[in-house]
Design a protein around this ligand. Structure first.
Ligand code: SDX
Length: 432
């Protein structure tokens, strides 16, 4: 971290404090308030952390005003076009693009960890068939700490590395088996002769009764969707993983916490909610009614897939996803997709509407992704599990960075207390 000679002067009551500032390699300077309470006897107040940097990180950078997203400095648009998901995993985990030899070794390590302990199938079978796949993923991933004891010691760098590889490798198997279980179909085992995305699609859509060839168009689209969702700085689920990790909890428990947080419709659950909203709108002529509802303060309805805490310009992932939606539907010979028509018209109308312009609301990563996933044959309940498969590398990378941070302390925010001040107990006969 680069400290500057700059300081911030804070004056209140009879105090004047000089707080040190730090300058990043990109983005805004930060004011270091770690000693504020000790020196000034006050807390800062920032619910939702809109102005708070929770950590120092070198992994992902977002410029919300420019609509820029960089993984270890590389623009997401270039990675989506030129790279592939396992190479992006290597980049996020180790900080540099791999050489050919490094890529081959990494791919081999991941490929050879894709199978689950056979007994873990019992966890799936404990759920009702209509359980949401995210409920299954939270349960099964949390249970991994009961099976992989040799990669739970967070103080052992080797065990941290094994846990990282295991999570990235096994998440597609867990998500695919949650899908199969919901269909009442047998689990399909991973294959070592398939690439990451193809392996996942085969585990989702193959059945033992016949051979299954993965469509390369779908495999490429799936791989690109994984790349687009891989990491995103200190979003809610990543912050959840960091908070859980700060207590020293094992990596599987921390990732399970991240999955639980991602499930929410304001976060990763928005891709499912967005497609369901587009279907509810149904046709282009219904759009104005929904735009008005989204603007109505008294109506809890929001345009799912729109808006973002950080992006006050286009989400660069949404742009790539929109291009990919056109390409995939065209290559699949799907014409006149009504949902895509509604999405594009909704985007056009919203972006011309004063409310959305003034509040800087643009389509986010979840606005178009559901259209592609639906065309690929996934039910909406599988959309957020797919997001979790991809974001596992981001969670694990941020977890590794945090665990090895010499400034690591348990996360313990304070509060602005406005409840009752001290009062004595009242016997029941004296109440009322
Ligand atoms: C993801 O953080 C990340 O990086 C997340 C993510 C990642 O990769 O990890 O990018 C993935 O979660 C993307 C976001 C997916 N969620 C949705 O699409 C759900 C719909 N969007 C909103 O719920 C909302 O935009 C959030 C949750 C995304 C952002 O919420 P903020 O930053 O707390 O913004 P806000 O709720 O304070 O909204 C600011 C204003 C409000 O109006 P006012 O109170 O100022 O009058 O904008 C309005 C909101 O009412 N607003 C919307 C809106 N989003 C915000 N109005 C209508 N429709 C919307 N979608």
């Amino acid at each position: 971290m680069s400290k500057t000679s700059k300081t911030a002067t804070l004056s209140f009551d009879d105090k004047t404090l000089e707080l040190p500032m730090m300058s990043p390699s990109a983005g805004p300077d930060v004011i270091d308030i770690q000693k504020l309470y000790a020196q000034g006897g006050v807390f800062t107040f920032d619910p939702g952390y809109t102005s708070t940097a929770s950590c120092e990180s070198t992994i992902t950078f977002i410029d919300g005003d420019k609509g820029e997203l960089l993984y270890r400095g590389y623009p997401i648009e270039q990675l989506a076009e030129k790279s592939h998901f396992l190479e992006v995993c290597y980049l996020l985990l180790y900080g540099e693009l791999p050489t050919a030899a490094q890529a081959e070794d990494f791919e081999s390590r991941v490929t050879n960890h894709t199978m689950l302990h056979e007994q873990m199938q019992n966890f799936f079978r404990g759920f009702r068939r209509d359980a949401h796949p995210m409920a299954v993923m939270v349960g099964v991933v949390g249970a991994m700490s009961a099976f992989y004891h040799d990669s739970t010691d967070i103080n052992d760098p080797w065990q941290r590395e094994v846990a990282a590889i295991r999570m990235i490798a096994k998440m597609p198997t867990i998500a695919a088996w949650a899908f199969k279980y919901s269909l009442g179909q047998p689990f399909i085992y991973p294959r070592n002769d398939l690439d990451y995305a193809s392996n996942f699609l085969r585990m989702c859509f193959a059945v033992p009764a016949e051979d299954y060839e993965v469509d390369p168009i779908l495999a490429r689209a799936m791989d690109r969707i994984f790349t687009l969702h891989a990491d995103h700085e200190q979003n809610a689920s990543t912050s959840t993983v960091r908070m859980a990790s700060s207590s020293g909890a094992n990596p599987f428990a921390c990732i399970a916490a991240g999955i639980a947080c991602l499930w929410g419709p304001a976060h990763g659950g928005a891709n499912q909610a967005c497609l369901e909203m587009l279907r509810e709108i149904g046709t282009v002529d219904q759009i104005p009614e929904y735009i008005e509802r989204a603007k109505d303060k008294d109506d809890p309805f929001r345009l799912m897939g729109f808006g973002h805490r950080v992006y006050k310009n286009f989400d660069p992932r949404a742009k790539v996803m929109k291009e990919s939606a056109d390409e995939v539907l065209d290559l699949m010979g799907i014409e006149n997709n009504e949902t895509l028509k509604v999405a594009k018209e909704l985007e056009r109308i919203a972006l011309e509407d004063e409310y959305f312009i003034e509040k800087k609301l643009y389509p986010n990563v979840d606005f178009y992704s559901g259209i592609i996933l639906d065309a690929m044959g996934f039910p909406t309940s599988m959309f957020t599990p797919l997001f979790a498969v991809s974001r596992t590398v981001g969670w694990i990378t941020q977890w590794k960075e945090m665990i090895s941070d010499p400034m690591l302390r348990i996360g313990r925010p304070r509060q602005l207390y406005t409840g009752p001040t001290r009062r004595d107990y009242i016997e029941v006969e004296n109440r009322g």
